[in-house]
Design a protein around this ligand. Structure first.
Ligand SMILES: Nc1ncnc2c1ncn2[C@@H]1O[C@H](COP(=O)(O)OP(=O)(O)OP(=O)(O)O)[C@@H](O)[C@H]1O
Ligand SMILES: [Mg+2]
Length: 255
């Protein structure tokens, strides 16, 4: 039976208790200039989990990912990876630790081919053999990219570009992937495809932190979810519990 969504920060009732989180935010305050956006946000991500962050526009969802990646230094609080603080680490070093980021808006190198885009994703890896092996795996996961490996990215459809952005993030063989709104603005069949691929990544054991407008679909593929509101933790719990929770339904799922 799904437990009820808890109105507290922290890992939530169904989080694995025996293991330590691979990625963790503790009481993070963050601001743009002097405008505070995040107020004591806490979040845990355990290895092998898919976790969603949902919440209204402007809640601070993307800001959480920016803090993890080191684009934005928090005022207070801590981000840890494998138990070690990474709060003040430069972005390139965060990536080297094994955290990959798929930004909002299908950002690909439009004048480069699919293969070149994937190679760019692996720029921090020196070993050519490893890059080739990883590229094979990524192209197996995304057959549509394999068919189009010589195509210039800018000429592909929005959905294909999103597949490429996701594929590129996998090229460092990340331990954790952060995805910001992967389905936003896509035609329905590509929305389906994006969530199908997220499901495949989950089944392959990948650890994912997902920010999504499409809260229902996102929670459906997630082990757990966090609802942010006005930069604060509002609810947390297993995906199924949040989907079933009357308050969450009424406020965030349009139900
Ligand atoms: N670079 C920036 N400079 C100043 N304010 C910003 C900046 N980026 C975001 N904000 C503000 O921070 C708040 C949180 O933004 P954020 O992008 O994290 O929200 P979000 O939950 O991802 O929203 P959305 O669902 O619209 O993507 C918003 O009020 C936004 O206007
Ligand atoms: Mg956002």
């Amino acid at each position: 039976m799904p437990t009820l969504a808890a109105e507290v920060p922290g890992p939530g009732p169904d989080a694995p208790e025996t293991t330590k989180p691979v990625l963790s935010l503790r009481e993070v305050d963050a601001a743009y200039g002097n405008v505070q956006i995040l107020h004591g946000v806490s979040l845990d991500l355990f290895a092998g989990e898919v976790v969603s962050i949902i919440g209204p526009n402007g809640a601070g969802k993307s800001t959480v990912l920016k803090v993890i990646m080191g684009f934005l230094k928090p005022w207070a609080g801590e981000v840890t990876f494998d138990g070690e603080p990474i709060t003040h680490l430069r972005t390139d070093l965060v990536v080297r630790r094994g955290i990959s980021y798929v930004p909002q808006g299908r950002i690909v190198f439009k004048d480069m081919t699919v293969s070149e885009n994937l190679e760019m994703g692996a720029y921090s890896i020196g070993d050519k053999g490893q890059i080739a092996r990883t590229m094979d795996q990524v192209l197996t996961l995304f057959p549509r990219l394999a068919e189009r490996r010589k195509q210039v990215a800018g000429t592909m459809s929005g959905g294909e570009q999103q597949m490429l952005a996701m594929g590129r993030a996998l090229m460092i063989e990340p331990r954790v992937v952060l995805m910001d709104e992967p389905s936003l603005g896509l035609a329905p069949r590509f929305v389906e495809l994006v969530f199908e691929k997220i499901g495949e990544l989950r089944d392959a054991g990948m650890t994912l932190l997902l920010v999504e407008q499409n809260a229902t679909k996102s929670l459906s593929v997630s082990d757990r979810g966090y609802v942010l509101e006005l930069g604060r933790n509002r609810f947390t719990g297993p995906g199924v519990a949040l989907l079933a929770d009357e308050r969450v339904k009424r406020l965030y799922l349009g139900g």
